[in-house]
Structure formats: structure tokens, C-alpha cells
Design a binder for this molecule. Structure first.
Ligand code: ZN
Length: 192
């Protein structure tokens, strides 16, 4: 719902305190690179999955560069061991998929589910446009404010996924993400 999104805009990004974020961010980036390297041999391009509808929503270059890894266990950063104990729910949550930079991980049974690939591709585009630091700051901040499902980045992905699954009318998903993020940034600047 747009209301949550606007609320997030108005509140800005300052819920997780900057010192805490600065301490956590390098740990996350190190963990992230190690995780991507460890799974590189299992990664394949989304284009190689040959889903029929995705090319109507995402640019060919995005589908060629985005990678997917099918796993039994999703890699989740050890946030509580870094002292971020209030994110224990994130660590313990049973996700079906998760996106990091240009790669997303899905549980094996989801390998034929085009809609979940669509959802994770929305996150890949968010990562690309925001950059890792802003993506993580916004994700962590809104997780704390709204919980998983109502965080603006998730809401955007779920809304788009709903449009994907309930209608065959295609749209430019990358443009949609870019426009929503531009609106968010403008509101953020306007609210200091
Ligand atoms: Zn998501």
C-alpha cells in the first residue's frame, strides 16, 4: 500500500543509528562477497532459465547479467553474532528467496516458479539503482519500522509480483522501480 511507502519516505533513513550502520556495513559486505564467491560455480543467468514472460518486463541485459542460485538452505548473514540481536527474526525467517547485489538465491523447489524469479529480479533492480549501502540502510531501517512484508522495498516487489501474476498485460518493471525510487529520494530530500 502506498501509505506505508510515503510514511517511510517522510521518516527518512535515520532509524538505525549511523555508528551502528557503519560498524555493521563492512561486516555485511565481507560476508556478502565471501558468499557470492562460495556459490559462483552454482550460479546461472536468469536468461538461461528461459522463462517465457520475464523478457516482457525486464531488459535482455538484466536477464543476462542477473544470476540465480538454487539451494537447499538460503545464505543469511549472521546478524545476531554481529550484535544486531533485534534482527533475530530476519535470521530465523523461512524465506523462499533472497537477493544480494546481482544474484539471488532460491530454494530448490522454487526453480520453476517464474513469479518468484520476477520478485527477486525487482530486488536486483533495487540493489542496482540504490547501490549496496543505500539498499541495506533502507532495508534494515524499514524492517525495524514496518516488519518484513510492509517494508517499502518488499512492498514494491510484492505489488509488482501481484500485477505480474494477476494480469498478462506487461509493463516495464525496471522503469517502475526507478520511478518509485526517484519519488522516494525526492521526498527524502524535501523532508531534509
Ligand atoms: Zn522480497
Amino acid at each position: 500500500m502506498p501509505g506505508y511507502w510515503l510514511l517511510a519516505c517522510l521518516h527518512g533513513l535515520d532509524s538505525m543509528n549511523p555508528q551502528e550502520f557503519q560498524r555493521f556495513y563492512p561486516l555485511f559486505i565481507d560476508w556478502l562477497h565471501a558468499t557470492l564467491v562460495a556459490h559462483a560455480a552454482m550460479a546461472r543467468t536468469v536468461a538461461s532459465c528461459a522463462f517465457p514472460r520475464l523478457p516482457h518486463y525486464f531488459a535482455a541485459g538484466t536477464l543476462e547479467s542477473a544470476k540465480v542460485v538454487y539451494v537447499d538452505q538460503l545464505p543469511i548473514p549472521p546478524l545476531t553474532s554481529w550484535g544486531l540481536t533485534r534482527f533475530a527474526e530476519f535470521e530465523g525467517r523461512n524465506f523462499d528467496g533472497i537477493a544480494y547485489l546481482g544474484t539471488f538465491f532460491l530454494r530448490q523447489p522454487q526453480s520453476g516458479n517464474e513469479a518468484i524469479h520476477f520478485h527477486e529480479l525487482i530486488h536486483i533492480v533495487q540493489w542496482r539503482i540504490l547501490g549496496p549501502e543505500d539498499f541495506l540502510r533502507l532495508y534494515a531501517d524499514s524492517w525495524e519500522r514496518f516488519g518484513y512484508r510492509q517494508s517499502p522495498l518488499e512492498e514494491m516487489a510484492y505489488d509488482a509480483e501481484l500485477a505480474f501474476t494477476t494480469s498478462n498485460v506487461s509493463f516495464d518493471a525496471e522503469k517502475m522501480v526507478a520511478e518509485k525510487l526517484r519519488l522516494w529520494k525526492r521526498t527524502r530530500v524535501a523532508n531534509g
